[in-house]
Design a protein. Structure first.
Length: 230
């Protein structure tokens, strides 16, 4: 059921839009850029080695889904068009696939750091713009850190699973990768279906807080200390 305070949520949506789109699309762009640096031109030939968000937007996953989840009070989630990679084109496939996988979360952490640094210039803006810009930067840090931590979970098809696959011995890696077809079902069950059932049953089950919220909050504090905001 939609929240009755729809006008306020639509206003707040203007604060979410830019950070969400940039976080999701820059994440995918980083995969393509690093793959290209390491010898794989698959993404380059498809025009995906670019920081232009328009090259990576998935109309449903980047725009419609986050808006729907936000307006209905759900766990904010979204995705861009996956960047294609071909490990056989890389100079050192197993090592390089780790670097490509880490590039997306690394980009998100980098965007969080940049957003935190920009807090230092908010007070130099016109007073009428300061509250909105402050909220956008705060949202950018939050979204980027959540996206970074979430994608490092070792669940296919998330980036963390690609890191695990690349460092495991080949027989184990092949067996682990074979679970990829079920990965998205595990993600949906863990973060959407089971928490909703737990609420209805009165059970305290919040994997988002345990697996994502806690690490993201720790990173937030670390970044604020790094940029001199605490």
């Amino acid at each position: 059921m939609l929240d009755h305070d729809l006008p306020q949520k639509l206003q707040d949506l203007s604060v979410l839009a830019l950070p969400v789109v940039l976080a999701i699309t820059s994440h995918e762009a980083a995969h393509g850029i690093v793959a290209y640096w390491l010898g794989d031109d698959t993404a380059y030939r498809q025009g995906r080695v670019s920081l232009n968000p328009a090259r990576h937007i998935d109309p449903f996953g980047t725009i419609v889904l986050p808006i729907l989840l936000y307006l209905t009070g759900g766990f904010l989630f979204g995705f861009a068009k996956p960047v294609p990679t071909n490990a056989s084109r890389m100079r050192s496939p197993r090592r390089d696939m780790v670097l490509v996988a880490l590039a997306g979360p690394g980009m998100n952490i980098g965007l969080a750091v940049i957003s935190a640094l920009l807090f230092h210039v908010v007070t130099s803006l016109p007073s009428v713009a300061q509250p909105w810009v402050f909220k956008v930067l705060q949202t950018s840090i939050q979204i980027n850190l959540i996206l970074a931590v979430f994608n490092m979970l070792p669940l296919p098809p998330l980036d963390g699973s690609h890191v695990i696959t690349s460092v495991l011995p080949r027989p184990l890696a092949m067996r682990y990768a074979s679970f990829g077809r079920y990965g998205i079902l595990v993600v949906l069950a863990l973060f959407f279906i089971l928490p909703e059932l737990a609420i209805r049953l009165g059970i305290d089950f919040d994997p988002f807080a345990w697996l994502i919220g806690g690490p993201a909050e720790w990173l937030w504090g670390l970044i604020l200390r790094m940029v001199g905001l605490t």
